[in-house]
Write a protein that binds this ligand. Structure first.
Ligand code: G3D
Ligand code: MG
Length: 183
């Protein structure tokens, strides 16, 4: 049998959500110490890179993650922020209901406006370690995930690391499926 060639993909994804929901913390958990960070002050964004190997299909993924730093700059650089983007993580904070409401009111609207082609996205309820303060129910989120046709809904804690890897891999797998890969 011939050895299969390794295929390579480069995916740009954006991490969206209100200030303080834990976007940067999720990325930091995901990349551990292997990260390459490139802060672009003019964009108000951090650009973080991580290479993943998806053994099942023998593919190497270079994930380029755009993380909003100063949200006030966001309005100016929106179109560039989304340029070439193939997926998003929509993050809300389970202890603040307004951050959940803004997924549909704000973040998804922008994503759909600027990412014309079939972009994939995963809905993430972060800070589930703060169980006592949780004000957004799992049912509510499942309902929203269905409504907005998110490929998945995951509850995470960037503090403990719970489900963090899973969220990023779910998104990557969904993007790969859009490219016709069998993952
Ligand atoms: P942002 O990038 O979306 O603006 P950050 O959010 O990642 O900067 O996180 C905002 C604050 O929430 C930080 O606290 C961070 O430590 C905290 N945080 C992020 N994720 C979690 C989580 O899963 N659980 C808990 N308990 N806290 C979390 P500070 O105090 O540094 O502002
Ligand atoms: Mg941040």
């Amino acid at each position: 049998m011939m050895t299969e060639e390794i295929r390579e993909y480069v995916f740009k994804i954006v991490i969206l959500g209100d200030s303080g929901v834990g976007k940067t913390s999720l990325i930091n958990q995901f990349i551990e110490e292997t990260f390459k960070e490139d802060y672009k002050p003019t964009l108000g964004a951090n650009i973080i890179r991580k290479d993943l190997m998806i053994e099942k299909i023998n593919a190497k993924i270079r994930l380029i993650m755009w993380d909003l730093a100063g949200q006030e700059k966001y309005n100016v650089i929106r179109s560039m922020y989304f340029q070439g983007c193939v997926g998003a993580l929509f993050v809300y904070d389970v202890t603040r209901h307004s951050t959940f409401d803004n997924i549909n009111l704000k973040w998804l609207k922008d994503f759909n406006k600027y990412v014309k082609k079939e972009g994939s996205y995963v809905l993430i309820g972060n800070k589930i370690d703060l169980k006592d303060q949780c004000v957004v129910s799992t049912d509510e989120c499942k309902k929203l995930a269905n409504e907005i046709k998110a490929s998945d809904f995951v509850e995470t804690s960037a503090k403990t690391g719970e489900n963090v890897e899973k969220s990023f891999f779910n998104l990557v797998n969904q993007i790969l499926r859009n490219y016709g890969e069998d993952v």
